[in-house]
Ligand binder design. Structure first.
Ligand code: MG
Length: 376
């Protein structure tokens, strides 16, 4: 059951070991083929299955070249369009290799590539290898086969069971190495803690139906045991083709866990807003208390001295004078020094102090007219 080392590309260093997801990647020649033309990649967070086409040796060359090129063009994040570009690079590499006489003309490969991290899975797909999601014991095929029988199945001409054993089941309609303008399917899904992802070649799905695959994935909790059991099931059913299976368990929370963090962030923002509002309120109250408690002397447009509560001037458009009393004292009758002082609008701790100062000004004025009447 040991996988062929030439077909299995496992991460050897920690350079790209960002995913914490436990996984197992297995590939096996099967019971009836001499060569394993499948190639698989397990370089977390990047995983891929490539099923080579083209007969003896050429298929193995094509799938290995596809995997190598994917690895070299791997995107930096689980982004489906970026993963598609890496798969398109693999397509170009196979086409160029054919033209250069490497492998055989017409060689090709399927490609099901998966990048999964931080609760997000991006998939790029060409051919009939598949990606599945097991969630809550329910198995869902994420990818769509590019094959003749899949088209017949979609049009209702055959059943799923007939498709699985159809003599043309290996005829695929889209593959790497066939078209420079290859269209690559792409998918992005959110993955949750407890989800299990499966990538596999048609050597599994043509031998084992979905219900049996689901039963194995549900019964084998360890991903390594699950992947081995899937290979065993294909071989026990006849092992007509090379068979590959990569099982990845999602053991961390995805984006659905983030709202708690966001709500905490909003709580902090709210607390800061309340704190700033409280400080502004306290400052405004203090300024208001201060400006209400003090007074100043001024001269009205009519030349009469006024006693004012507050402080001279404005803040933005708001006057800081809350009350103004026009006295009977004419500013022009005061002595020049006090007139000059009044133009400075002198401030006092209270209206009483302001009134006392005005009384003193009147006394200093030597103006009989003023001294005959007290300022009001
Ligand atoms: Mg195959």
């Amino acid at each position: 059951m040991a996988p062929s080392s030439s077909n299995l590309h496992l991460s050897a260093t920690g350079r790209r070991q960002r995913s914490r997801y436990p996984f197992s990647a297995q590939t096996n020649v099967g019971r009836q083929r001499a060569l394993n033309e499948d190639s698989i990649l397990a370089l977390p967070p990047l995983f891929a299955v490539a099923d080579g086409l083209g007969g003896h040796e050429a298929g193995e060359v094509a799938s290995a070249l596809a995997i190598d090129t994917l690895r070299n063009h791997a995107p930096r994040a689980a982004d489906a369009p970026a993963l598609v570009r890496a798969v398109q690079a693999a397509n170009n590499a196979i086409l160029q290799a054919s033209d250069a006489g490497i492998g055989r003309e017409g060689m090709g490969s399927t490609m099901t590539a998966l990048m999964v991290e931080h609760g997000k899975a991006a998939i790029a797909q060409v051919g009939d290898s598949r990606a599945y999601l097991l969630r809550g014991r329910q198995l869902t095929q994420l990818t769509e086969d590019h094959s003749v029988v899949a088209a017949m199945l979609r049009s209702g001409h055959i059943t799923a069971e007939e498709a699985r054993v159809h003599p043309q089941r290996s005829v695929i309609t889209r593959a790497l190495g066939s078209d420079p303008n290859l269209i690559v399917d792409q998918f992005e899904i959110t993955v949750l803690r407890g989800d299990r992802l499966l990538l596999c070649s048609d050597g599994l799905t043509s031998m084992v139906d979905d219900a049996h695959i689901a039963a194995i994935l549900n019964s084998k909790l360890d991903p390594h045991q699950a992947a081995l059991a899937l290979i065993d099931a294909a071989n026990n059913a006849g092992g007509a083709d090379n068979v590959s299976a990569i099982v990845i368990d999602i053991d961390e929370d995805g984006p659905t866990a983030h709202p708690r963090k966001r709500s905490k962030l909003w709580l902090w923002v709210l607390l800061w807003v309340l704190l700033i509002a409280a400080i502004l309120g306290a400052v405004t109250y203090g300024v208001s208390r201060y400006t209400h408690s003090i007074a100043y002397l001024d001269v009205s447009d009519g030349g009469m001295v006024t006693i004012n509560q507050g402080v001279p001037g404005h803040v933005m458009e708001f006057s800081l004078t809350y009350d103004s009393t026009v006295t009977t004292v004419t500013a022009g009758d005061l002595n020049p020094t006090d007139q000059s002082t009044l133009r400075q609008r002198p401030t006092f701790n209270s209206q009483a102090e302001a009134r006392n100062e005005l009384d003193d000004m009147v006394q200093r004025s030597n103006s009989p007219a003023l001294q005959q009447e007290q300022p009001q």
